[in-house]
Design a binder for this molecule. Structure first.
Ligand code: AMP
Ligand code: MN
Ligand code: MN
Length: 333
């Protein structure tokens, strides 16, 4: 178990960090993962610290506009050979979600916002209510050295907030989120520059993939669950990258009457990534946790091995229980 820190304590800890610092995040990095790790990388450099950012997996091309992205060391292997004095892990608290088996560091700190977080590091700050690791990071940075938050820090931090809040549309968006976004705009961030880079550089392959994936659209539990599937063969057929399926889950979720959307992604034969999205009735973090994963109330995921049919049946059984529980709560309130 980690020692849990407040924002102030985290700021003090980071201020005092000496020696070589490594920053890493979760595998298959999303906008919050890339934004927070690059934000910290650029910020710590500005403070004059010796810092490296290491990822297990390559960065999706739509994040290539972020300053510092070319400095990321994509390790590829499960072990980082170098030794560090400090390790900062952002947007994740579970060691296996970094993709690494080990990173050699004397001390470690987790900065995260997952409700299911059970950090294993020496120190951790976890705020499940906050929109994103990027928003949390901004508050800590402000306590350390507001002047060091320049454009190279503000741009990745803003980007992570945009992706984790669905462009300020999800229920994790708070007045404070908008306040932080306003401050980041004052540092020079242009919202449309971010949106254009993230969402308006689609390759045609992505649409070919979407076409195949949407053909798999199916329903369960009286149409309250809508699900889609991506098979490895779809990627081969279309030449799309796996990360180009980002956002596809919003199609099943957008259907009237659907409460939970599910995206089954084949990682390799017999191995699946399951993404869950809720409209609020069902707590999908708890569902994902039952299968060894985690996340947030409205967005969660897990990885599982087995036959798709069995994986689906096991999930729908859990979801049926969650619906029952939610309805019972509604009736008794
Ligand atoms: P995704 O469906 O990959 O976009 O993930 C949705 C949310 O669930 C994110 O906050 C993830 O960090 C979390 N999540 C996804 N997969 C896992 C997993 N295997 N273990 C823990 N959390 C996960
Ligand atoms: Mn993330
Ligand atoms: Mn996040």
């Amino acid at each position: 178990m980690s020692k849990r820190l407040s924002r102030e304590e985290t700021a003090e800890l980071i201020k005092g960090m000496k020696g070589r610092i490594a920053v890493t995040t979760h595998k298959n990095p999303d906008g919050d993962a890339v934004g927070s790790s690059l934000g910290w990388f650029n910020f710590l450099k500005k403070l004059g610290k010796e810092v490296k950012v290491v990822y297990k997996d390559p960065i999706p091309y739509f994040f290539d506009f972020l300053p510092g992205v070319e400095k990321v060391e994509v390790v590829g292997e499960p072990e980082v050979k170098e030794e560090f004095d400090w390790l900062i892990i952002t947007d994740v608290s579970d060691p296996k979600r970094t993709g690494f088996e080990s990173i050699n560091a004397k001390k470690s700190l987790v900065i995260d916002h997952h409700i299911t977080a059970e950090p294993f590091t020496d120190y951790a700050i976890v705020e499940p209510e906050i929109s994103s690791t990027c928003e949390l990071s901004y508050h800590i940075m402000k306590l350390i050295e507001p002047e060091a938050i320049d454009y190279s820090v503000a741009l990745p931090i803003y980007t992570g907030i945009v992706t984790d809040t669905g462009s300020f549309g999800y229920s994790n968006t708070s007045p404070e989120t908008h306040f932080v976004a306003a401050e980041l705009m004052r540092k020079g961030v242009d919202p449309y520059f971010v949106i254009k880079n993230l969402f308006e550089r689609n390759r045609i392959n992505r649409f070919k993939l979407l076409e195949l994936v949407l053909k798999t659209l199916s329903f369960a539990l009286n149409n309250r669950v809508a699900h889609i599937t991506l098979y490895q063969k779809f990627l081969k057929e279309t030449g799309a990258y796996p990360e180009e399926a980002e956002g596809f889950i919003s199609y099943p979720r957008s259907i009237a009457g659907v409460e939970v959307a599910v995206f089954f992604k084949e990682i390799e034969e017999g191995s699946w990534k399951v993404s869950l999205r809720s409209k609020g009735k069902v707590d999908v973090a708890q569902v994902a946790k039952k299968f060894g994963g985690g996340g947030h109330k409205m967005a969660a995921g897990y990885e599982v091995k087995g036959e798709l049919k069995e994986i689906q049946e096991a999930l729908f059984k859990e979801l049926a229980l969650s619906f029952e529980e939610a309805e019972f709560k509604e009736l008794s309130s």
